[in-house]
Design a protein around this ligand. Structure first.
Ligand SMILES: Cc1ncc(COP(=O)(O)O)c(C=O)c1O
Length: 449
């Protein structure tokens, strides 16, 4: 029996269509029979989402939810954004696919628009379909260009599910007992909440960077192919590094012959609110940037953007990608860039994200369960602990909160190795009223526990 007054979703003019497709039970039965059992669903009783409009989702019963996860940090500008959809539909009716063996204006114009968002030297894009694929390609480029083999990645990182990306990933939950991670060494994660060097240690950035230096000196021939890190860890639970960490690490990596790879799959495209790319917050310029997710607002598109001389390394043999850079995905990508700019979504991410963070930090005085709240823009994490001293992860409580807010009409994500971190990565069109609804739901759900 729930006793609190339930927060109310802000009003919307959108009217969801009546769902007339197969029933929930039929879909569940089909999924169980014909889809891989490795597909996860969230919630004790999963939900079936059949419609989306900007920051809202609708299930088959017509129930509306605020989408606090954005298709896992992917629907950056809003579900079924009219400009993105129009660009895709127009292109779909003209030419869906021909491959890059022929010229097409979309891929060329999109590559120019995309690289215009990056520092001048990062001027060449290889467009593919998914973040995992892009990370795999980035590693190949780094190794070919440097002639070196070893790669340094971070613990608590997630870089995808193909074998190379799984090898870069450092979360036991996502790693199978299969050959992977050749030449990959995992350094300490610069986590100032749980790691050995905390936020009160002014020297934390240097100390974490020293671990990378020691790893290179002791575990590799001293010459490496590269270093890869997300600019804010996503799946790992929104880990933000000390500001001097990446500059120090990049210096050591370059002195060891390696290139620096920024995985911007989650943090890119304005989500962090202060910068279009996450690496800009740390005032570094990577040699290779990997991007995906928000890039197509849900259309399958990803890219490796790098310097011409690094891209050149891939020409020693033929490399081909069937769907990569197809006209429809590129039309979506171009429209996404225009919408982020025209609707000032990065600025909105900052305004709304700051508001959420401020209010959640305010709740820390009321709820001991909240151990930490962190992040930037609309890439936020709330870490739940059973005890603020021991920081014992409150994993079951996190599940209960997610279930309860779902009933109230709020969908959120879960992260961290122990599943005790709520991840907030909504479409960047979310409003202050939505943000208040979100925090009110969290407050009510925690109060009920
Ligand atoms: C930081 C990061 N890199 C790479 C990937 C892999 O992307 P994809 O699922 O498109 O293969 C993900 C996916 O969640 C991610 O969060």
């Amino acid at each position: 029996m729930h006793t609190t007054n339930q927060p109310q979703l802000p009003a919307t003019a959108h009217k969801a269509k009546k769902y007339e497709g197969p029933s929930f039970d039929e879909v569940m039965a089909l999924r169980k029979k014909h889809l891989t059992p490795s597909l996860l669903t969230m919630y004790g009783k999963p939900i079936m989402i059949v419609e989306g409009h900007m920051q809202y989702l609708y299930d088959h019963t017509g129930k509306r939810y605020l989408d606090g996860l954005g298709g896992i940090a992917t629907v950056g500008v809003g579900h079924c954004h009219p400009r993105v959809n129009k660009a895709m539909k127009d292109q779909l009716d003209t030419l869906q696919h021909a491959t890059t063996i022929y010229l097409h204006p979309n891929i060329a114009e999109y590559a120019r628009a995309l690289t215009d968002t990056l520092p001048d030297e990062l001027s060449v894009a290889y467009i593919v379909n998914s973040g995992s694929e892009a990370n795999d390609l980035a590693l190949t480029m780094a190794r070919l260009y440097t002639g070196n083999y070893d790669i340094v990645a971070l613990r608590n990182a997630y870089h995808g599910g193909v074998t190379t990306a799984m090898g870069l990933t450092a979360h036991g939950t996502w790693k199978y007992n299969v050959p992977q991670g050749f030449g990959v060494h995992h350094a300490l994660v610069p986590d100032t909440y749980r790691g050995p060097f905390g936020r009160d240690d002014k020297d934390a950035g240097r100390k974490y960077a020293d671990d990378v230096a020691q790893l290179i000196d002791m575990a590799t021939p001293g010459q490496i192919a590269g270093f890869i890190a997300e600019t804010i860890q996503g799946v790992g639970g929104v880990t933000v590094y000390p500001e001097d960490y990446l500059p120090r690490v990049y210096e050591k990596v370059r002195a060891s012959g390696g290139v620096c790879i920024a995985d911007e799959v989650q943090a890119g495209f304005g989500r962090t609110g202060t910068h279009f790319w996450g690496f800009q917050k740390y005032d570094v310029t990577p040699d290779i940037v990997v991007m995906a997710k928000s890039m197509g607002n849900g259309a399958p598109i990803a890219a490796v953007v790098t310097k011409p001389e690094i891209a050149q390394a891939l020409t020693s043999r033929i490399h081909f990608n069937t769907f990569g850079g197809n006209p429809v995905s590129c039309a979506a990508g171009k429209a996404v860039l225009d919408v982020i700019h025209d609707e000032k979504l990065m600025q909105n991410a900052k305004k709304v994200g700051d508001h959420i963070l401020k209010r959640v930090c305010g709740l820390m005085g009321k709820h001991d369960l909240i151990g930490d709240a962190r992040g930037s823009g609309l890439m936020l994490g709330i870490e739940f602990v059973k005890d603020r001293e021991t920081k014992a992860p409150a994993s079951e409580e996190t599940v209960a909160i997610l279930e309860r807010v779902k009933e109230m009409g709020l969908l959120m994500g879960k992260g961290g190795l122990r599943g005790n971190i709520i991840r907030i990565k909504p479409p960047m069109c979310m409003t202050i009223e939505d943000a208040d609804f979100m925090v009110d739901c969290l407050d009510a759900a925690i109060s009920e526990m």
